[in-house]
Design a protein around this ligand. Structure first.
Ligand code: ATP
Ligand code: MG
Ligand code: MG
Length: 349
């Protein structure tokens, strides 16, 4: 069979590798970290430098298609690879999704509605942005933020100094949205342009980290599903995206507010492993390998996915013992506060 190259060595890469193996593909991981959990299920070049052209050329030569599991990687090596081997999603999806300013502009161009926002490149611009947007607001670093890292909430203009000190520029100031729920649209677009998406999970966060995803979503989300899925479809189309694309939304009183996108499989889609007819990982592999996409339907009455953050994973014996409960531990060697160590999915059939 063919070999799928995966850039990035985290749990998402590991789960892609596992789904790829089920479909008969080999996987090859390129990861710069010493600890690549994806490498546990694939052959790997760990501690490899993404900018080393000898390493990249070797990687390209070994892969029939390349994908990525993390958007906070430099776009340059991905562009370089794309000139030598098919890369899905394309470097355009990566470039747009890794820059909050570009992402918001892109989404606005296809008719999406993010929170009121302003680009902030200096302390003076932060004052101007606060005057225009008001408080409460959130200052987010333009690039490289994840799990709430690289963002700070401002309750009043008096917080500007502290926020600037903590975040700095380039950044984006966003109005703080009042919402009843958060949800996500996990969409898959095939190489022939076929599109399908999953029923939306209700996503609850703790300390800006995803805590739990629940399906079916409450009525407030169901009412906004069609509009959010249509927007996600327009984004995927405009990007020429191939693979999974995830958009996060706030369910506000006046409709869905776009939060951010990820050009990849997503934590809020982990429930699909046991809770959907085809997992997001299997569908991602199908899309990037040119196979027909699989059914995205929910296969249970109710599905709940809970992240195991930090020391939470120590409760694993309870999860293994429980019925209709599926434990996933990522095999990370070191437990750290706020670190995603695993997740558990519960089905009500
Ligand atoms: P991820 O790990 O999802 O990539 P991230 O660091 O990119 O996270 P965001 O998704 O931008 O962060 O924000 C994290 C969480 O913080 C959101 O899911 C939401 O709960 C809250 N949040 C962020 N921006 C806003 C906003 N403008 N209004 C209200 N809540 C917000
Ligand atoms: Mg993000
Ligand atoms: Mg997010």
């Amino acid at each position: 069979g063919s070999t799928i190259g995966i850039l990035g060595g985290g749990q998402l890469g590991r789960m892609i590798a596992s789904a790829a193996a089920d479909l008969g593909y080999r996987t090859h991981v390129l990861a710069p970290d010493r600890e690549s959990v994806a490498a546990q299920t694939a052959s790997a070049l760990t501690r490899a430098d993404y900018h080393n052209k000898v390493v990249l050329a070797d990687f390209a030569a070994q892969c029939d298609v390349v994908t990525y599991e993390f958007e906070n990687i430099s776009a340059l090596p991905v562009q370089w690879l794309a000139e030598r081997v098919p890369v899905h999603p394309s470097p355009l999806s990566l470039e747009v999704a890794q820059d909050r300013v570009r992402e918001k502009r892109f989404v606005e161009q296809v008719g999406g509605r993010p929170a009121r926002w302003a680009a902030v490149d200096s302390r003076e611009e932060l004052d101007a942005a606060l005057a225009a947007i008001g408080c409460p607001a959130v200052l987010k670093t333009t690039r490289f933020g994840y799990d709430g890292k690289g963002q700070m909430r401002l309750s009043s203009p008096a917080d500007a100094d502290a926020a600037w000190e903590a975040i700095g520029g380039p950044a984006v100031l966003e109005a703080f949205i009042t919402f009843s729920h958060e949800f996500s649209i996990i969409l898959v677009r095939g190489s022939d342009g076929t599109v399908t998406s999953y029923p939306p999970p209700w996503n609850e966060h703790r300390n800006a980290i995803l805590h739990r995803s629940t399906l079916p979503a409450p009525a407030a989300i169901a009412a906004q599903w069609t509009e959010a899925a249509a927007l996600t479809g327009r984004i995927a189309e405009a990007l020429g995206h191939v693979g999974v694309l995830t958009c996060e939304f706030f369910a506000a009183a006046d409709g869905p507010v776009f939060n951010e996108m990820a050009p990849r499989v997503h934590n809020s889609g982990h429930w699909t492993i046991e809770g959907a007819a085809t997992s997001q990982f299997a569908n991602h592999v199908r899309a990037i390998c040119g196979l027909p996409l699989g059914d995205t339907a929910l296969v249970a009455q109710r599905v709940e996915m809970e992240n195991l953050i930090g020391a939470d994973w120590e409760r694993w014996p309870d999860y293994v013992a429980a019925r209709d409960t599926y434990l996933h531990l990522y095999g990370k060697r070191e437990t750290r506060e706020g670190r995603k160590m695993g997740h558990v999915t519960r089905l009500e059939r």
